[in-house]
Design a protein around this ligand. Structure first.
Ligand SMILES: Nc1ncnc2c1ncn2[C@@H]1O[C@H](COP(=O)(O)OP(=O)(O)OP(=O)(O)O)[C@@H](O)[C@H]1O
Length: 623
């Protein structure tokens, strides 16, 4: 098969090591630092495989950590000009296991795929776990704070790992939890992966069919995936003969609290049948930003910026008061960046987790009328249907912005906003309908046309239009209530009503629904965790105070300082936040903060920053 001109040009632009990873015929482990082009390499490899090695009837499966990452990779592959329609399955671990294994092979395995409402929501999971704690004699534990530990234990059980480091009563509760789940005919995300693993191990025809459909499997962010997924990947490699391309960065491992472990990536890399590759150039950040980030990590990896990259600008600022002052300075810095012609959507203000810092930031941004987008993923209902609505809102808002812009600015605006294409939304809607067993629409164009009517009308909805009326129309035109009613995910069942209630209760505007999506003209305010995989011209990190980062951990209802392991993970999260910056990075420290009860805590600057500054005082400009 022939390589297209555009792909040839892309291959030429790659670093020789990236190119080697793209065209390597066998299994690959690609371990590389932030901004080194891992995602870029993944996208090019998928395009290359689809164009040169995989016939029109077969495809590539790509597993990512988040839905956003899956959407992003799919969008970029389609944009590369390769005919990938229907030949790329890009999904999270759970969606892959559910759709490509449990559901696809239900007739062969005689295991019924989850039906309407049988995939437990997060709240239902916690209720079930709490009742198991009660039965196991540990009623004093609060399920909300032990969910990650429960996941860790269940993963260890599924992988036959030693359980002696866990509280035996929690192990008993975890076993009870699974028994009850199975007894009720329900599933949760963990059990879907474990079931998929068993099916692959026990059913040879499933393995053959999987190999026939997906001769290549790509797994992104491997360091954040747990042991069960690792065993699934090994089974797909060793038993089904699927070629594996695993990508990750152990320094960016930030989900160990729920059983993820970078050693699985190392284990793959050490195998003789895998080619272990590294990339050392950081294409995103200037050298000063890279140096500061490595100092914060505490380990010099010797990564370097590309030759022509400006060094970047790193400032460490100190305020004399509490978090209100951090927030004021953060807003000043946003405005300063804006005055240097940096588009607002290229600026991110990042915080480690919710609390007093976020309260102060939101209050100040609102007071100053800075246009910002806060990813309140906990406020809008969870689930794929709610996410679909949010993506539609993002498309509608962007369409309005393009419509309202002067002619000279319109060119490339949709691309700059990375707005959802109607085709990608139509595909997501088709998947939602299939999952809900609603059957295909009357014609392939039906969904596209319905979406176009809702999202790209001749007179677009203004971004500040009332969200409730817009949502009402979307629900009716796309028949979303039918999806909600019979979808297997409990999260989806009440999500439209929840969204509608929220829109009315809070008087939300259309742009407020465009959560988690890039919206032009808005500064992004989000957590260090959610910033993973993304990049911004300017990154501002206020509230770098001890107790805020590293922060205290809730252990069985009591707050305590993090253990060494937890501290190391928090340090990696901080490193992830620092490495999102392309050209400007602002760090803000101070003497302390007021708690929500109004007590002053003289916590002082974050240890992470103090240690970092000690390692490299000359690079950082003291303001
Ligand atoms: N060979 C290359 N030439 C020029 N730019 C590149 C090259 N490879 C990647 N880039 C650019 O570098 C930036 C970072 O790439 P990418 O997001 O793929 O890195 P990553 O390794 O996935 O980062 P992270 O782990 O931090 O999420 C992107 O803007 C990408 O377009």
């Amino acid at each position: 098969m022939q390589v297209s001109d555009s792909l040839l040009r892309e291959l030429e632009r790659l670093h020789p090591k990236q190119r080697k990873a793209v065209v390597h015929p066998g299994n690959v482990v690609l371990r590389a630092g932030p901004g080194s082009g891992k995602t870029h390499t993944v996208v090019t490899r998928i395009a290359y495989l689809l164009q040169t090695q995989i016939s029109a009837f077969r495809g590539v499966a790509c597993i990512t950590y988040t839905n956003a990452a899956a959407d992003e990779i799919r969008r970029r592959v389609l944009r590369s000009g390769v005919r990938a329609e229907g030949r790329i399955s890009c999904a999270t671990v759970h969606a892959f296991c559910l759709n490509e294994i449990l559901r696809a092979f239900a007739p062969l395995t005689r295991q019924r795929a989850p039906q309407a409402g049988q995939v437990l929501s997060a709240t239902a999971t916690q209720t079930l776990l709490q009742s198991c704690f009660d039965q196991a004699g540990i009623a004093d534990l609060v399920a909300q704070y032990r969910t990650a530990e429960n996941t860790r234990i269940r993963r260890a059980i599924a992988c036959n790992e030693a359980l002696d480091t866990y509280d035996p009563r929690e192990v008993a509760a975890a076993r009870l939890y699974e028994e009850r789940l199975i007894g009720r005919g329900e599933v949760d995300f963990e059990i879907m992966v474990a079931r998929a693993l068993n099916i692959v191990r026990e059913h040879e025809p499933v393995r053959d069919l999987l190999h026939a459909r997906f001769p290549h499997l790509i797994v992104d962010e491997y360091q954040d995936l747990g042991g069960v997924l690792h065993e699934l990947v090994v089974a797909l490699r060793d038993l089904a003969g699927i070629t594996v391309f695993a990508v990750g960065d152990t320094d960016q491992s930030v989900f160990a609290f729920s059983g993820a472990d970078p050693r699985y990536l190392t284990a793959l890399a050490e195998r003789d049948d895998f080619c272990d590759l590294d990339l050392e150039v950081n294409y995103r950040s200037g050298q000063d930003i890279i140096t500061v980030a490595e100092a914060a990590l505490g380990t010099s990896r010797g990564r370097r910026a590309r030759d022509d990259a400006p060094p970047g600008d790193v400032t460490l600022k100190r305020v004399e008061g509490g978090l209100d002052e951090h927030a004021r300075l953060a807003c000043d810095l946003v405005q300063q960046a804006q005055s240097k012609q940096v588009n607002l959507e290229r600026i991110a203000v990042l915080y480690p987790r919710r609390g007093v810092l976020l309260d102060a930031l939101l209050a100040e941004l609102t007071r100053r009328q800075v246009s910002f987008l806060h990813e309140r993923d906990d406020v809008l209902s969870a689930g794929s249907l709610s996410r679909f609505v949010q993506r539609c809102a993002s498309r509608a808002v962007t369409n309005f912005q393009v419509h309202a812009a002067p002619d000279s600015e319109r060119v490339g605006m949709l691309r700059r906003a990375e707005a959802q294409s109607l085709a990608s939304l139509a595909r997501s809607l088709a998947t939602l309908r299939t999952d809900a067993q609603l059957g295909p629409p009357t014609s392939r164009l039906f969904l596209l046309r319905a979406l176009q009517t809702c999202l790209d009308p001749e007179l677009p909805y203004p971004a500040d239009a009332r969200a409730d009326t817009w949502l009402q129309q979307l629900r009716a035109n796309l028949d979303l209530d039918a999806v909600a009613e019979s979808h297997p995910d409990q999260d989806n069942i009440g999500s439209l009503d929840d969204l509608a209630d929220l829109c009315q209760l809070r008087n939300l505007k259309l742009q407020d629904l465009a959560q988690g999506e890039q919206v032009l003209g808005k500064v992004l305010v989000t957590t260090y965790h959610s910033a993973k995989g993304r990049e911004f011209n300017t990154v501002i990190l206020p509230g770098l105070l001890e107790e805020i980062i590293p922060y205290d951990v809730n252990d069985r209802g009591r707050w305590r300082r993090p253990t060494e392991t937890e501290r190391a993970e928090q340090r990696r999260t901080f490193y992830v936040a620092l490495t999102r910056a392309e050209s400007t990075l602002h760090l803000i420290v101070g003497p302390g903060y007021y708690t929500r009860n109004g007590y002053w805590r003289s916590s002082g600057p974050s240890d992470f920053v103090v240690e970092m500054a000690e390692r490299l005082s000359p690079t950082t400009n003291q303001a």
